[in-house]
Design a binder for this molecule. Structure first.
Ligand code: 5AD
Ligand code: SF4
Length: 431
C-alpha cells in the first residue's frame, strides 16, 4: 500500500516540477514514506530519517518530509524530535501534499497535516507523462480497517474502512493495461468487506468486473481476512480463470487460545474449513500466511500448535514476525509478555519449517510446465535469464535453451518447463 501511495506522491508533485531521482543526494525534496505495523519498521524509518540530518546540513535548502503511518502516529512530536524535518503528513493527506510543499517553498514554516477526515479522492497514481508502466501493478480498492485485532496499530493510523468506487477502480485497471500492465494486485487491509459499508458491489463482484478488462492477464489481491472468506469468493476462484492460483490468508497463530486473545474472530477449525472450501474448487491452490510468534501469553504448547497448523496446511510461504507492542493496540497492556529470547527461538524454528515446506513444494513442480508472466531479465554468470512469476506466485527464472525467441518476452505469459525447484524459486526452460 505504501508503494501505491508513493506513486501517488510522485504524481501530485509532478505539476510543481518535482521528478524522481535515483540518488537521495541529488534530491531537492526527500519524502520518507513510513510503516509502523511492527516496531522494527518504525525503527527503520527513524534511522533513515536520521541520515537526512547530515544531508540537510550539506544542503540547507533540502526539504525533508515524512509521510505515512509513523507520521500519522507521531504528528508534530516528530518536529520536536527531529527539527530538520519540514513536513509531516498522515496517511490520508496525500491530496493536500502539493499545497503543503508549495506553502513551505514560500514561507519555510514547517507544516503538519495528520487530518483523518478527508476521504479518498479518486485520483489515480498512474504517471501522466510516462509511456509505460510495470507489468504488475498495485491498485488500492479500499483503505483503513475496522477489525481492531488486539495487536494491531493499523485501524489507528490508517483510519476506518473506506472503499473506492468500483467504476473508478475498473477504469484505473483499464488505464494500467493500456500502458502495459498485465497483472494487478487489488489492495485493502480486508478486501472481503469491500463495498459493504457504502453499499457498493461486493468484492467477488468487483473481481468479476476487473476480470472483464480486456488485455489483463492476471488478478491477485491482498489481504483477505479468514473470518470473511465468503462462498462468493470461493465461487470467484471457481469461475474466474484470471484470478491467480494463490491466496494469502494470514492465520497469525495455530492456537485457539491465542487467536481469541488476538481478537481474530475465527478458530483454527474455521480456518481449516475455509481452506477446504477453496481446495474444493482449486485443489492445487498455493497458500501463504502471516504468523506472529510470542504474542503475550503464548505458551510452548500454543507455539507447537502453530507449527502443527503450518504442517497441516502445507503453506508454500510464510511471513513470520516476532510480536512487538504497538501504541494504542490493547495487547501492549496484556500480561504474560514472552521473552525476547523465546521469541527469537520460536521465530527461527518457524522460519526453518517454512524453508523446508517451501522447498518441498518447489521440488514438486520439477518436471511440470507452469505459465509464467515475464516481468524482466537478468544475467547470471554470463547466462541471460528471463524472470517472472507463476500463477501460484513462485519466482521463476528461465532460459530459452534451444528455442531462442528474438522478441522481448516481458509482459507475456509463456509456458516454462520446470527443471529444478530451489528453496525460494523455480528454474526452467521455455517450452
Ligand atoms: N507485532 C508483530 N507482528 C505484527 N503484525 C501486525 N501487528 C503486529 C505486531 N504488533 C503482523 C501481522 C500482520 C502483518 C502485516 O504484520 O502478521 O498480518
Ligand atoms: Fe490489523 Fe487485524 Fe485490520 Fe489486519 S485485519 S489490518 S491485522 S486490525
Amino acid at each position: 500500500m505504501n508503494v501505491y501511495d508513493s506513486e501517488m506522491f510522485k504524481k501530485v508533485l509532478r505539476p510543481l516540477g518535482y521528478i524522481p531521482v535515483d540518488e537521495v543526494e541529488d534530491a531537492d525534496l526527500v519524502i520518507v514514506n513510513t510503516c509502523t505495523v511492527r516496531k522494527k519498521a518504525e525503527e527503520k524509518a527513524f534511522s533513515f530519517l536520521g541520515r537526512m540530518r547530515a544531508l540537510k546540513k550539506k544542503n540547507p535548502e533540502l526539504i525533508v518530509a515524512i509521510g505515512g503511518c509513523v507520521a500519522q502516529q507521531e504528528g508534530s512530536a516528530i518536529l520536536r524530535r527531529m527539527p530538520y524535518v519540514d513536513l509531516v503528513f498522515g496517511t490520508r493527506a496525500y491530496a493536500r501534499l502539493a499545497a503543503m510543499v508549495e506553502k513551505f517553498e514560500y514561507d519555510r514554516i514547517p507544516v503538519v497535516d495528520v487530518e483523518m477526515t478527508m476521504g479518498i479522492t479518486d485520483a489515480t497514481p498512474i504517471p501522466e507523462l510516462d509511456a509505460e508502466v510495470e507489468v504488475s501493478r498495485f491498485v488500492t480498492i479500499m483503505r483503513g480497517c475496522d477489525n481492531f485485532c488486539s495487536y494491531c496499530i493499523v485501524p489507528y493510523v490508517r483510519g476506518r474502512e473506506e472503499s473506492r468506487d468500483p467504476d473508478a477502480i475498473v477504469q484505473e485497471v483499464r488505464d494500467l493495461v493500456e500502458r502495459g500492465a498485465r497483472e494487478v494486485t487489488l489492495l485493502g487491509q480486508n478486501v472481503n468487506s469491500y463495498g459493504k459499508k457504502e453499499g457498493l458491489c461486493d468484492f467477488p463482484e468487483l473481481l468479476r468486473r476487473v476480470s472483464e478488462v480486456e488485455g489483463l492477464a492476471r488478478i491477485r489481491f491482498a489481504t483477505s481476512h479468514p473470518k470473511d472468506l465468503s462462498p462468493g469468493l470461493v465461487a470467484a476462484y471457481r469461475d474466474l480463470p484470471k484470478l491467480c492460483n494463490h491466496i494469502h490468508l494470514p492465520v497469525q497463530s495455530g492456537s485457539n487460545a491465542v487467536l481469541k486473545k488476538m481478537k481474530r474472530k475465527y478458530t483454527r477449525e474455521d480456518y481449516m474449513q475455509r481452506i477446504e472450501n477453496l481446495k474444493a474448487v482449486r485443489p492445487d491452490i498455493a497458500l501463504t500466511s502471516d504468523m506472529i510468534v510470542g504474542f503475550p501469553g503464548e505458551t510452548e504448547a500454543d507455539f507447537d500448535a502453530t507449527l502443527d497448523l503450518v504442517r497441516e496446511v502445507g503453506f508454500s510461504g510464510i511471513f513470520a514476525f516476532k510480536y512487538s507492542d504497538r501504541p494504542h493496540a490493547p495487547a501492549a497492556k496484556f500480561e504474560g509478555k514472552v521473552s525476547e529470547e523465546d521469541k527469537t527461538r520460536r521465530l527461527a524454528k518457524l522460519l526453518d519449517l517454512e524453508t523446508e515446506l517451501s522447498e518441498k513444494r518447489n521440488i514438486s513442480y520439477a518436471g511440470t510446465t507452469v505459465e509464467v508472466l515475464v516481468d524482466g531479465h537478468k544475467e547470471v554468470k554470463g547466462v541471460f535469464q528471463w524472470t517472472g512469476r507463476s500463477s501460484c506466485n513462485r519466482v521463476v527464472n528461465f532460459t530459452e535453451a534451444g528455442k531462442p525467441t528474438d522478441g522481448n518476452l516481458v509482459g507475456k505469459v509463456v509456458p516454462v518447463y520446470i527443471e529444478t525447484g530451489l528453496p525460494h524459486s523455480l528454474r526452467g526452460v521455455l517450452r
